[in-house]
Design a protein around this ligand. Structure first.
Ligand code: UDP
Ligand code: MG
Length: 320
């Protein structure tokens, strides 16, 4: 084998043909500057554009490039997972392909890593060029998630981070199908620290996270990390039963002591609709968990690889 690889950089990409050459250039410059051995692992998440071809072309002249080409789109979190499975570096950096996470922060992360930290995550000081809607929903999401998980997951951090080999190996043992990586990385523990950075605008192209994917991602963050929403049923049930009982006492008082006729067709219907709504919401919450159990029970592989390029030893990808 050649010299041990110090740093692996994992770059998930989905239809990023407009940015990927530039991303490669900036990553190469930064990584060459560190003077360490490194590999750049591009994971093509079923792009329908030329992203993979561009990387293959670049790989002809750069032996540090690797490509994992998926058979179809499996999603961002799964693409990163594949990168972690294949990475051989002593440190592994996860970075977006669209240059929103500046590669220039990597040396800073490596410095912290050399100081002995096992996880160095990027904390967004500011987000540039993102819609008010995205910022507001992200803000809200991290607060709700914090409330539900006792603040164990760092707020306002993306997946841009460096993890040590030990953390990477620990991550491979978490085989859950619905993946919320930043939460999983917190869960495995180790010494964690942050470096702050300003999140840039996307270099080119548009977001590959439409509202639907964002909602799925948020649901994974919550339902894969806590079963507190399930308790909602018991809490609500409790409160409603008590209020119902008190109301019953009031009705009995009206009927037998005050001798007033209890009217209220409208109020009956209103209460009915509200209560049925609550029941359906609770059923939906239970459904979220049942669906996740179903996915785990099927136990399908997380992703299917069509082709790999640039990996020297074929067994590289074998876990552990
Ligand atoms: N991405 C991916 N698969 C997907 C969606 C996105 O690999 O199904 C990649 C995308 O190419 C980018 C990263 O995930 O490198 C983050 O996506 P994006 O920048 O579109 O998200 P945003 O920054 O808008 O939240
Ligand atoms: Mg982006």
């Amino acid at each position: 084998m050649e010299r041990e690889t110090v740093c692996s950089v994992v770059v998930p990409m989905y239809n990023e043909e407009e940015v990927i050459s530039e991303t490669y250039k900036r990553l190469k410059k930064v990584m060459d500057g560190t003077g360490e051995t490194y590999e750049l692992i591009f994971v093509n998440d079923g792009s329908r554009d030329r992203s993979a071809e561009i990387i293959k072309e670049l790989a002809k002249n750069d032996k540090n490039i690797r490509l994992i080409d998926f058979s179809r789109n499996f999603g961002h979190q799964v693409a990163v997972t594949a990168g972690l499975d294949y990475a051989v570096g002593q440190a592994v950096v996860i970075i977006d392909a669209d240059l929103q996470d500046p590669p220039e922060v990597i040396p800073e992360m490596m410095k912290k890593w050399r100081e002995g930290y096992h996880v160095v995550y990027g904390k967004r000081l500011k987000r540039q060029g993102e819609t008010v809607f995205k910022k507001a929903t992200a803000y809200l999401f991290y607060r709700v998630l914090g409330m539900l998980t006792n603040d164990s997951i760092p707020k306002d951090t993306g997946d841009f981070r460096l993890i040590d080999r030990k953390v990477c190996d620990a991550m491979k043992k978490l085989t859950e199908k619905n993946r919320f990586l930043r939460g999983m990385i917190s869960w495995v523990g180790f010494n964690q620290t942050a470096v702050e950075y300003v999140r840039d605008e996307r270099f080119a192209g548009e977001t590959k996270y439409p509202l639907k994917k964002m909602l799925k991602f948020a649901a994974d963050g919550i339902f894969s990390f806590t079963y507190k929403p399930l308790k909602l049923a018991s809490y609500l049930g409790f409160i409603l039963s008590i209020s119902g009982f008190l109301y019953l006492l009031y009705v009995l008082y009206q009927r037998f002591i005050a001798h007033a006729t209890v009217s209220g067709w409208a109020s009956t219907i209103a209460v009915n609709i509200v209560f049925n709504g609550i029941t359906l919401i609770i059923l939906g919450i239970i459904g979220e968990y049942v669906g996740r159990i179903y996915e785990e029970a099927k136990d399908r592989p997380l992703y299917i690889v069509k082709e790999t390029v640039g990996f020297t030893v074929d067994g590289d990808k074998e876990q552990n």
